[in-house]
Design a protein around this ligand. Structure first.
Ligand code: GLN
Length: 317
């Protein structure tokens, strides 16, 4: 079944019902505790925000509560890096699902320090390093935050410094990944500087509404709206969506594609940005994570949304 003419009102009913049904859920997973600042977030929170091609924003739940976007930032940094250096980025990072946890180190040695994809930590650190080359860390952080603010159309978006510092103080595994890649020649900057930028991009605080707005360029083939201002090329937007579909949920990527059928990117703060190409950009958040580090309730909400709207990319459009 396709719903190309799904009205805003019908969509509002669907979004509201999903939030109401999930409010009763006791199985919310567990909040990430390895970043001390994230361990104290209330797992009862939930938000779903959907932006339509007309620019309507449909919200349910805590859509104006900020959260740490964590690995969802990897999508924005990838777009910045591709905009800066184009295809040459792909000599430093692959485009294959890893089938391993987000912070895994095992494949790096076998594959000579070239991470499998830009969405596992090693790959994202390599992409951040590419953005940093030629800039001061503060400037590189500025480029990434400015990109996010521009795509969301919201200058109030900020970095939560306490989260960045909390992760910097405890990020031993990311330090290992960065040093390992530096040794293979796949980082060009000082690993500590690259990690500083990486932790700051992960610590960007956004609401579900802001996240949905920031994802519009992926829903509309590189533009902020159908026929609107161009952010990146259509080809690049499609490539990023393909990577989100195949690699956006780490070793849960196959399951997410199977259940939801939309490109999506998760973060350990509990956010998922999902894209229904041509139809909607979706920000969803609930802090409790499943066993592979993806938001339990946000994954479920997106599955319900895709089912009820017919938005799966595998459905005939
Ligand atoms: N900042 C987190 C880390 O590097 C991001 C991981 C995630 O969101 N999956 O561990």
């Amino acid at each position: 079944m396709t719903h190309s003419a799904l009205s805003t009102d019908a969509l509002r009913v669907i979004v509201t019902e999903i939030a109401e049904e999930l409010a009763e859920s006791d199985d919310r997973g567990r909040v990430a505790s390895y970043i001390p600042q994230l361990a104290c977030i209330d797992p009862q929170q939930f938000a779903l925000s959907v932006v339509t091609p007309d620019g309507d924003v449909i919200n349910a739940g805590d859509a104006d509560t900020p959260f740490s976007i964590q690995s969802v930032s990897k999508v924005f940094t990838l777009a910045v890096a591709l905009g800066q250096m184009g295809e040459s980025l792909w000599s430093r990072v692959g485009r294959e699902p890893s089938g391993d946890p987000f912070n895994s180190i095992v494949q790096l040695e076998h594959e000579q320090g070239i991470p499998r994809n830009p969405f596992i930590n090693a790959g994202a650190i390599a992409v951040t390093d590419a953005v940093l080359s030629g800039y001061e860390p503060r400037e590189a952080i500025g480029l990434i935050v400015e990109f996010i603010r521009y795509t969301a159309g919201d200058d109030t978006i900020m970095i939560d410094e306490t989260v960045a510092r909390s992760e910097e103080a405890t990020g031993y595994r990311n330090t290992a990944l960065a040093n390992f890649m530096r040794d293979f020649g796949n980082l060009t900057c000082d690993p500590a500087m690259t990690l500083g930028v990486y932790y700051h991009q992960c610590a960007v605080a956004m609401t579900a509404r802001q996240l949905a707005l920031a994802g519009r360029f992926l829903a509309y083939d590189g533009c902020l709206a159908p026929g609107g201002s161009r952010v990146i090329s259509g080809r690049m937007a499609r490539q990023i969506n393909a990577l989100m579909l195949t690699c956006g949920h780490y070793d849960g990527s196959g399951e997410f594609a199977f259940r939801v059928g939309l490109p999506g990117k998760s973060g350990v703060g509990g956010a998922i940005l999902a894209v229904a190409p041509g139809r909607a950009s979706i920000g969803c958040w609930s802090p409790g994570l499943n066993a592979v580090g993806n938001s339990q309730l946000a994954s479920r909400a997106l599955e319900m949304l895709a089912d009820r709207t017919g938005w799966s990319v595998f459905a005939p459009h």
